[in-house]
Design a protein around this ligand. Structure first.
Ligand SMILES: NC(=O)c1ccc[n+]([C@@H]2O[C@H](COP(=O)([O-])OP(=O)(O)OC[C@H]3O[C@@H](n4cnc5c(N)ncnc54)[C@H](OP(=O)(O)O)[C@@H]3O)[C@@H](O)[C@H]2O)c1
Length: 270
């Protein structure tokens, strides 16, 4: 193993934006919600002290990217309260999905997008969301054709309330079609699921930012090292967002990603 255990020197450009993202991001479903989730084991939502320590550890390990959403229970509110040094972080949040009384509900109107973004800004105690994603309900065709929504996202950017936007989708054809009108996309790609590889291929051609979700198959992956190797084998992938509340797992993941990317760099040189 290489000695480096921080990702600081491995930050990369996020597509054509001027954002520099760490190759590993912290997913925060588990700090806000533990009902109707697909993880293999039950878990308790960590307390404030645990979350503060997790965020401090992530920062020390060179992670600058944090992923949240209105649909992640109290995740946004808690980050607003517990994330210190806002300027050190890039925050991803979403619009479109709500999670109320144990159930998801969706609204992709421009009006709701405005309401949701303003609420996220308040909850996160910030004046800008770095990356805003459309949180798909599975009907990416309807989202793709929803011109009012795309115009609203472009408007948010003009107003300086977001820096980049894109689709976190589920239908590869429409995820791909949406790329030209987006800065980025969040895709699912892991050892057992390759259907969105075409989205990554197109994003690479178009120089769009790519965030991966569920690279560890939401905790069902058998081999963590192979999962990360697979994720970073695609050149479009800028950052893998892994949801963890376990310090040891976070440290292991950083070590694996650091080793992997340093080896990739030295292979490219030879
Ligand atoms: N936009 C969307 O529609 C969408 C959908 C799903 C997810 N996401 C985002 O993507 C993030 C990642 O997705 P995800 O949380 O579903 O799946 P994931 O990152 O593939 O897997 C997370 C699970 O893996 C476990 N884990 C992490 N590191 C590990 C390690 N080194 N060894 C063993 N287990 C490990 C975690 O448990 P521990 O806590 O015990 O480490 C957690 O249960 C989410 O947090 C969220 O931010 C977005």
């Amino acid at each position: 193993m290489n000695a480096v255990t921080s990702l600081h020197n491995l930050w990369r450009k996020f597509g054509a934006t001027d954002l520099l993202v760490s190759p590993l991001g912290l997913g925060t479903v588990k700090i806000g919600r533990n009902e109707s989730v697909k993880y293999p084991t039950q878990f308790a939502i960590p307390g404030d002290k645990q979350v503060r320590n997790l965020l401090a550890l992530a920062f020390d390990l060179g992670i600058n990217l944090i992923d949240t959403a209105p649909a992640y229970g109290c995740s946004e509110n808690r980050l607003g309260k517990l994330l210190t040094n806002r300027a050190n972080w890039l925050i991803i949040s979403k619009i479109g999905e709500e999670f109320v009384a144990g159930k998801s509900a969706f609204d992709f109107s421009a009006k709701h997008a405005r309401f949701s973004l303003e609420r996220s800004l308040k909850r996160l105690q910030t004046d800008v969301i770095d990356i805003l994603l459309i949180h798909s309900d599975g009907d990416d065709a309807a989202i793709f054709h929803n011109e009012n929504l795309w115009q609203q996202l472009a408007q948010f950017k003009q107003e300086g309330k977001i820096r980049a936007f894109g689709l976190s989708g589920k239908q590869p054809t429409y995820q791909t079609k949406a790329l030209p009108k987006s800065d980025c996309a969040m895709s699912c790609y892991n050892l057992d699921y390759h259907e969105e590889k075409c989205v990554l291929d197109a994003a690479y051609q178009l120089n769009k930012g790519i965030l991966l979700k569920k690279a560890l198959a939401s905790g069902h992956a058998n081999n963590i090292e192979q999962s990360f190797a697979h994720a970073f084998s695609h050149p479009a992938v800028n950052s893998v967002i892994v949801g963890t509340i376990n310090h040891q797992h976070l440290q292991n993941n950083v070590q694996i990603v650091s080793d992997l990317l340093i080896n990739q760099q030295s292979n490219h040189k030879h």
